[in-house]
Design a protein around this ligand. Sequence first.
Ligand code: NDP
Length: 453
Amino acid sequence: MSSRYDFDLFTIGAGSGGVRASRMAGAAGARVAIAEDSDLGGTCVNLGCIPKKLLVYASHYPEAFEEAAAGYGFTVGPHSFDWGTLIANKDREIARLNGIYGRLLDDAGVTLVRGRARIVDAHTVEVAGRRYTAENLLVAVGGWPSVPDVPGIEHAITSNEVFHLDALPERVLLVGGGYIAVEFAGVFHGLGSQVTQIYRGPLFLRGFDDDVREHLAGELRKKGLDLRFDLNVAAIAKEEKELRVTLTDDSELRVDQVVFATGRRPKTADLGLEEAGVELDAGGAIVVDAFSRSSVPSIWAIGDVTDRVNLTPVAIHEGMCLVKTLVEGKPTSPDHAFVPSAVFSQPPIGSVGLTEAEARERYDEIDVYRSRFRPLLHTLTGMEEQTLMKLLVDRASDRVVGLHVVGPDAAEMTQGFAVAIKAGATKAQFDATIGIHPTAAEELVTMREPVAE
Ligand code: NDP
């Protein structure tokens, strides 16, 4: 890289993707700077995956007390829950992670520039009134919640604010049917709030396998979550002690909080991108080629700001590929095939590969293996929760092209099976694998009969 510039690489945004790319580039000998105007670690660490998962853990306890007491012989005494303690402990852990991110950057010799960055031209960035030049710029600014323009929207919050609420709301309305809405509906319900979730279409989690969507809806309703589909918010009015929400069917709901989880948008406004000639798509995402290069040859982008597969491990992977391309001289394009993912709903979902609808479209003939059963745990709790497992197999090659689980530990299971599926495992190889007994996961290697067409 050239020394005509202050740096070889200047990264905007110290989230999962930006930090990984910067510190790997720094460790490989490049002169790197990274700008951040908020806490280090980005959405995942501060307002996403990590604090969300901690809240999900917390929200399991009330049900666990009940399970233990119901059938396993425990007497659980009176217990109470303090939201403030949970939030304070969560904040302490996040602050620790912020510190680790800072040290990782430091150790890799990366210069941290505090402040909001703006691109001036193809090789120049301005932060807090100072200009920095670099041979390459990397935009890794992520996304931000997007809410529709309904009357009274200012009374609603997004997932960002949930992490710092003063108190656990008694009654909550969740709006949306994606990952975030489903996960937070579970968190609030688990902690004891009265939860209503509405989704504008006929069935939530669009894009997931249809059996998975139906199964989860059924399980959530069994738990007492009020799920309503084909419904949206028409208006929100603030009354003295509550919010009055008018829905599109003219019904009304009175709640303490309304949380909109209606998607996220790339955070590309006011960055100087358009002026520098960087092409954005209709949704505001940076258009990149297979190597994460934008329409301006010296400007690159990774992570949610490119709206490819919006997941932390994918942003990290894109960052690692970029370092190979830019610093190691080995052009490497990220691989977005067979990316496993989970929804930390209750019960959670794990998925890798195609949905049944996608598999039917892609292959001439597929076999579908499906199993529903009551997990061993619940034989004594008396709970009616059912687990769903599903495998999709391309009949011609015998390759397993989709795996879907709804049930306890679905995410942990799916991570392991994702290795096999990524490696191209066939159904015969699944069948040749011995199960671990007694587990739920063993079902995935013992499904013998495809469901009838
Ligand atoms: P999603 O895009 O997944 O879901 C948005 C939801 O809001 C959809 O149900 C959508 O409906 C609905 N919606 C959009 N606009 C409106 C509107 N105007 N009125 C009513 N409903 C609307 O976004 P999320 O916010 O849930 O998550 C953002 C991203 O974060 C995801 O892409 C995901 O990759 C990532 N994420 C991943 C997690 C994980 O891996 N566990 C956890 C949380 C987030 P429709 O389907 O009809 O478009």
